[in-house]
Ligand binder design. Structure first.
Ligand SMILES: Nc1ncnc2c1ncn2[C@@H]1O[C@H](COP(=O)(O)OP(=O)(O)OP(=O)(O)O)[C@@H](O)[C@H]1O
Length: 735
């Protein structure tokens, strides 16, 4: 391809020197200021710049030849002004060679770090990623690829389809993100004058995950400063389309044109249903990605997902979008070169084997016998991989165990779970993500934890999207915070520094256990996961361990200081009392005003006779009701004062003397001096969850009290009978 140039600027000039060798160009050595991050001697030999070089591509019989024309000094200024126009005039869609491309985009003021990606990031070098991707990785300080990235980049860059399975937190987003960015950054920067066509679609099961993927990819581009240029459109534009946010705004973003769309299937299908352009663009994708595909099926997005995928089938030329006119031109283009990437931490071995089969069933909308798919296996079997043999990369560790994750368990009665949870928070401060199986469970636990001064935030599907994001943000930014979540938080969320994952209720499937655990111990960091197991849940735990191919008692009980537990129980009981009393006050107020409130909410005017009658009743009732209300409020205040007093008194281990810290059966002086004291529990050392001995040894097991004995004293301590499951445990799962 020869560069097409406008008006006299690139017309043949006097003394134009043609160089075919890079070394012959007039390179100038650049200084390396500290703020560029390139000042050290970390592998960068030299940073050089070349100006006034025009790049010309000539097609010869032996292939394309790149030539560099060095221009006289006085021509450079005029050229700079014409930069936009020159870029515009180039063919816009062809992918250029990796090296050539860098010149074609900015031929005359070129900063070329010859060593970038070669010496400074040696571990990325074998992949020959575009230099801009290299800069971005450098900016992010991602010195080397993670194993799933190393394994998937070579086939992905060769154009192969990939099914990638790797443990949670192992960098799967960039395993599919880098090939996309490499492709797009190797293209010419799109012009502001033309709407950019959609090139990649990433489908995610939850809104939070879709937003996170968008942020992750954008952050990478920003880190390398490779995307934005003063007064120019971004080189790569990435946006999210998710439910719960302004659909209009999202439509406007799409109308402007984006390269990479990250979406949840529900909202995307809504938009496609009345946007023909979008539907057509899906037929011409370069990349289709299913992130956490298995969860998408569970989340009930099946129909929308299937509809969207149909548009990406090669046979889709026969598929009609409702109200769409046939577009012969677009149909001709249905992407033969589309790459499909399916990534998850959990995909069944059977499915992987089946995907390998050359005789995969292909979805053919013409054939009536092809029923809609109903399971993930079905759906994936119907994906139209362009590749006859998609590359299956399975890096799942044995038993799906992450090496940096420690697991523990607490066996206790359902009714005691609150106290054990509170104990855990005080004993092991850190950021904890607690999974519950129902929204009711979260609604019950949240006020309790708040009263106990635990900084807890809820996350579930009945919260508004804005509130969900706000709570996630608060959780990320508050030390020792607790997120009480349903399984909408189990997949994909990359929250920095989650120290503990707590299964307040046992997950029903092995996949959910794996994904929940995956919110901690990410990217080689340490993490701890704890199962809270009530007697009636043992059966579930047994089945869970069985499906993980593990021994039933492989996860050991953590040591619990029972004397502390009793004292914490008093706090929890008081907090429950306050909660019940507060609830009564609220309920009374509500009962008195419900008719008026309901009418207001519905926008209905109440009958004037009814209003007169109600107000006469109100007057009568009011004096009595006010007395009751005052009494209840007074009671709540009293209980709150008592709780405040309790919370301000540190809990002491048995044998600790606060007055005589050097004496008692448990002197704390040494821990105090070493700064090792746990301020909430005097007498126990500061410790990380999992760092202490577990109750696994035979010796420990003998001494161990059964859950029914905890708190042993007659009339006090923990309950001794198997109490029925709480509403939280019994309620059906509704993430
Ligand atoms: N090459 C790398 N070097 C260092 N950190 C990386 C690298 N690639 C990704 N990361 C970081 O690792 C973390 C986990 O990545 P990511 O969210 O992609 O994991 P995942 O495998 O998709 O997890 P999950 O299965 O839970 O969705 C992120 O914070 C990301 O920034």
């Amino acid at each position: 391809m020869k560069r097409k140039l406008k008006g006299g600027l690139y017309a043949p000039r006097k003394k134009v020197k043609v160089a075919s060798n890079l070394e012959d160009l007039p390179w100038k050595t650049l200084s390396r200021p500290i703020e560029t991050g390139l000042s050290g001697d970390d592998g960068i030999l030299e940073l050089e710049e070349v100006e006034g070089v025009e790049v010309v591509y000539e097609e010869t019989e032996k292939g394309r030849v790149t030539k560099f024309k060095v221009q006289p000094e006085n021509d450079k200024e005029a050229e700079a002004e014409d930069e936009d126009e020159a870029e515009e005039s180039e063919s816009s869609t062809e992918e250029e060679g990796r090296f050539d491309c860098a010149f074609a985009i900015c031929p005359y003021v070129l900063v070329f770090t010859r060593s970038l990606g070669e010496s400074s990031l040696p571990e990325w070098r074998p992949f020959s990623l575009n230099q801009r991707v290299g800069k971005a990785l450098l900016g992010k300080q991602f010195a080397k690829p993670t194993p799933i990235q190393s394994a998937s980049l070579p086939p992905a860059l060769k154009g192969k389809d990939i099914v990638g399975i790797a443990q949670t937190g192992s960098g799967k987003t960039l395993a599919y993100g880098l090939p996309i960015l490499h492709h797009l950054l190797s293209q010419k920067r799109p012009s502001a004058k033309r709407r950019r066509p959609l090139r990649a679609l990433v489908l995610c099961p939850t809104r939070e995950l879709a937003l996170q993927v968008t942020t992750h990819l954008n952050e990478l581009l920003n880190a390398g400063n490779v995307n934005k240029k003063e007064g120019r459109p971004p080189h790569v534009s990435i946006a999210a389309i998710v439910g719960g946010m302004s659909a209009q705004k999202q439509r406007r973003i799409i109308d402007r044109g984006i390269d990479v769309l990250v979406a949840t299937p529900g909202r995307l299908w809504d938009i496609i249903s009345d946007d023909d352009t979008m539907a057509k663009e899906l037929r011409n994708l370069k990349f289709l990605i299913l992130d956490e595909a298995d969860r998408m099926i569970e989340a009930g997005h099946f129909a929308e997902l299937e509809n969207i995928l149909r548009l990406t089938l090669r046979e889709a030329s026969d598929e009609q979008i409702p109200g769409e006119d046939r577009d012969e031109e677009a149909e001709k283009q249905i992407g033969d070169d589309m790459q499909t990437f399916v990534f998850s931490a959990t995909l069944s071995k059977d499915l992987q084997r089946n995907l390998k089969k050359p005789m995969r069933r292909k979805f053919n909308p013409k054939k009536k016998q092809d029923k809609p798919a109903s399971t993930l296996d079905d759906l994936l079997m119907r994906l139209d991989f362009r590749d006859p043999e998609p590359e299956i990369i399975d890096l799942t560790p044995e038993g799906n165990l992450i090496s940096t994750l420690q697991e523990g368990r607490i066996d206790c009665l359902t009714t005691d779970k609150d106290v054990y949870l509170y104990y855990f928070f005080l004993r092991y401060p850190g950021r904890s993500l607690v999974f519950l199986s129902s929204i009711d469970g979260i609604r019950r636990l949240l006020p309790l934890m708040e009263l106990l001064n635990v900084k807890a935030f809820p996350l579930h599907s009945q919260l508004e999207q804005r509130q969900r994001l706000k709570n996630l943000d608060r959780f990320k930014n508050t030390p020792n915070a607790v997120l009480l979540a349903t399984d909408i938080a189990a997949r994909g969320l990359d929250i920095p520094a989650v120290d503990h994952v707590i299964h307040f209720q046992i997950p029903r499937t092995a996949d959910t256990y794996i994904h929940r655990n995956g919110r901690t111990a990410r990217a080689n960091r340490k993490g701890f996961s704890m199962l809270m197991c009530a007697p009636e849940e043992r059966r579930v735990v047994k089945a869970l361990m069985h499906s993980l191919n593990r021994e039933e008692n492989e996860i050991q009980e953590i040591d619990v200081e029972l004397s502390m537990l009793d004292k914490l129980k008093a706090r929890v009981q008081l907090a429950r009392q306050i909660e019940t009393a507060q609830h009564k006050v609220k309920k009374n107020n509500h009962d008195r005003h419900w008719m008026k409130e309901t009418a207001e909410a519905l926008g209905v005017d109440l009958d004037s006779d009814y209003l007169r009658y109600a107000s006469s009743l109100d007057e009568e009732k009011d004096s009595h009701a006010n007395r009751v209300k005052k009494h209840q409020e007074g009671k709540v205040q009293g209980l709150k004062q008592e709780l405040k007093r309790m919370l301000s008194t540190p809990i002491m281990s048995r044998g600790v003397s606060a007055k005589f810290i050097t004496s008692g059966s448990r002197p704390i002086i040494n821990d105090l001096l070493a700064g090792q004291i746990n301020n909430d529990m005097i007498g126990v050392k500061k410790a990380e969850a999992g760092s202490e001995t577990m109750k696994g040894s035979a010796k420990n097991n003998k001494k161990r009290k059964r859950p029914s004995e905890v708190g042993g004293k007659p009339g006090g301590g923990m309950k001794t009978r198997n109490a029925p499951a709480t509403a939280a445990a019994a309620a059906p799962s509704s993430p």
